[in-house]
Design a protein around this ligand. Sequence first.
Ligand SMILES: [Zn+2]
Length: 280
Amino acid sequence: MRKLNVPIEDAIDVFDICISKVQNTDLKERLENCKPSIVTAVADYTTKAPRIELHTIATHDLINGNVTSSEMKKVYSDRMVGATAPGRYIYDKWRASAPNNICPLCAQRTTETLEHHLPKSKYPIYSVVPVNIFPACSSCNKIKLDAISNARETEPIHPYFDNVEDELWLKAEVIELKPASLRFYTIKSDHWDDIKYARIENHFRLFELEKLYASHSGEELAMNYFRINRLFETGGALSVKNFLEDSWLSMKDANINSWQTATYEALFNSNWYQEGGFKP
Ligand SMILES: [Zn+2]
């Protein structure tokens, strides 16, 4: 889970660009008339998101009384996503907006698509609203689909409004059985309330991060075997420990909640691993 900067684009500017080539005059007029409703909806969203109250926004089928959900969703799919769509450059810009193109939801895979925080199938008015759209990997996008929450505890982490990088929440422990592996889990910061932690736990479970991180850490252990074995043979367990500590501190400096940070902290704390447990 990584925080992203809110897009700088104005919701109505984006909407205007997307509908700029609508030929059907009736549809064009009905879409144009949606703009005041969109302005109100964006104000509601930006008020509620920091308060973790997005789940109180009602799902809807019609926008402004006469634009259907299907028509509004097409503003996104046909007029923003399409290869020659007028809004395509905005789509491309937003999709490339995450640092190193890393998905903010899993913090591991690369971004390939755009995710609607409030799904457009249930909240079509937010189909092309900037604060509701962020880049994500395809796997996280598929996992989330049209899921909506009905309580603060289950409200998904929002990359624009939530900061979960301020405290340590991701930990790992070495499973001391050969071959060595890691188990990842979450912890609650003393500075967090129960709702924030419940949301982290929910996110960790929903996006199957335990499995994802265990898989990548397993690869990391295999890739490090040669180096660790050589350190062990030349300087013993202490040399291994020193290397693990350096690695842990370096990863921690970059990101306290990455699986790499959790991995090296756990390895640093495992005498079993340093004393030969690293051998297959
Ligand atoms: Zn992802």
